[in-house]
Design a protein around this ligand. Structure first.
Ligand code: ZN
Length: 376
């Protein structure tokens, strides 16, 4: 087996690593776009993320790697089995890592429905595609800007929904497709259309590290890995396992991470101050902040979670000003965050908070969050 360079051994690139880890905690955040020059560890990081995640328990023989304990999320074939009530035979497999070729067609990605067979024999025959193989894993698309727009659209849809739906001539098949979408591109080789750009939850720009000491460390680890991958991996095995466990624990904790109306107001005021289109950024920030809190072992989100989430959700959504590159400045983000929180404090009196506490629920459905946030 070819060994993968360990995720925890990657030097620097903290923002990229954070985006990948949080998407692994909650894949429905909706994916990461990594922009950078060649040789900045983009594909290494995506591959390493999959290798970091523990093996998954899946229904034996299922092409979608169905989770045996989730009857609601089973594919049609697993559902039909008599043991579908939780006693299906299972195997452990490595977390899938799928590297999507840039030449991939729609059929190859979503799978193919054999319409002729369906009409002739009345049987539904579905040949699973790349989205089936990627379920519960990591789907990596290098040079995503060179991929057919329509295919990128399909990938982003599935990543956000967690299912793949194929419809041909009135016949429809669907199966679970919950995966971490990682796209990478070199901006010098053309841009991604703005409509597609906005649908990547996170964007991070990676640049080569210039600090000499860090460069030496990168070099040293690379050499050690190339000389003896097995030994290098063993040196990092504890850190890898620990990180893998932390992600799994955060996945379980995610749904219980709470937030207040004030937090929602803070997020809304923050995104409004950056003049972003639509509400996607707000939803992404909320989900990301919750994943961050779960990852840090907290049961509620903080201003820092919101700030860190905004760093990942805003860079590709800011409108370009004339003669200005749309770059997110840390000072500007800090100042806007303070302003947003101050507005939230004013908008919600102590009385509101008390009422909220009395109502016993600080949770708002994430999908309805934007409406709730703009009411005040
Ligand atoms: Zn299945």
């Amino acid at each position: 087996m070819r060994l993968t360079y360990p995720f925890t051994a990657i030097v620097g690139q903290e923002r990229m690593k954070r985006a990948l880890l949080l998407n692994a905690v909650h894949p429905l955040i909706g994916g990461v776009l990594i922009r950078g020059e060649r040789g900045t560890a983009k594909s290494t990081a995506a591959r390493a993320l999959a290798a970091l995640l523990p093996d998954i328990e899946a229904v034996e023989g299922c092409p979608f790697s169905c989770h045996p304990d989730r009857p609601a999320g089973l594919c049609a074939t697993c559902q039909r089995q008599p043991e579908a009530n939780g006693s299906l035979p299972t195997v452990f497999r490595p977390t899938p890592f799928v590297d999507l070729p840039v030449s991939a067609t729609e059929d190859r990605v979503v799978g193919t429905l054999d319409i002729e067979k369906a009409i002739r024999k009345g049987e539904r025959h579905f040949e699973p595609g790349i989205l089936a193989a990627a379920n519960r894993g990591v789907l990596y698309v290098d040079e995503v800007n060179l991929l057919d727009d329509h295919v990128v659209d399909l990938l982003l849809d599935s990543a956000a929904m967690g299912v793949n739906v194929v419809e041909r001539e009135g016949i429809s098949v669907q199966h679970p497709a919950r995966f971490v979408l990682v796209g990478s591109m070199n901006p010098e080789e053309g841009d991604l259309r703005p409509q597609l750009l906005d649908r990547f939850a996170h964007a991070v720009d990676v640049v080569g590290i210039t600090e000499p000491r860090e460069r030496v460390e990168i070099l040293r680890r690379r050499m050690a890995f190339e000389q003896n991958p097995q030994q290098f991996y063993e040196e990092w095995a504890d850190a890898e396992q620990e990180m893998g466990r932390r992600i799994i624990a955060a996945r379980r904790a995610y749904e219980d991470v709470t937030y207040t109306q004030k937090d929602l107001y803070t997020i809304a005021a923050l995104t409004a101050s950056f003049n972003v289109d639509g509400h996607r950024a707000d939803i992404v920030i909320l989900k990301t902040a919750r994943a961050q809190a779960a990852f840090d072992g907290r049961d509620h989100i903080t201003d820092r979670d919101i700030l860190l989430a905004a760093e990942l959700a805003l860079p590709h959504r800011m409108k370009k000003q004339p003669f200005q590159e749309a770059v997110l400045q840390p000072d500007q983000l800090d100042a806007s965050m303070r302003q947003a929180r101050a507005e939230a404090e004013q908008a919600y009196t102590d009385e509101d908070v008390a009422q909220e506490a009395q109502a016993g629920s600080t949770q708002v459905d994430e999908k309805k969050a934007p409406r709730a946030m703009t009411q005040k």
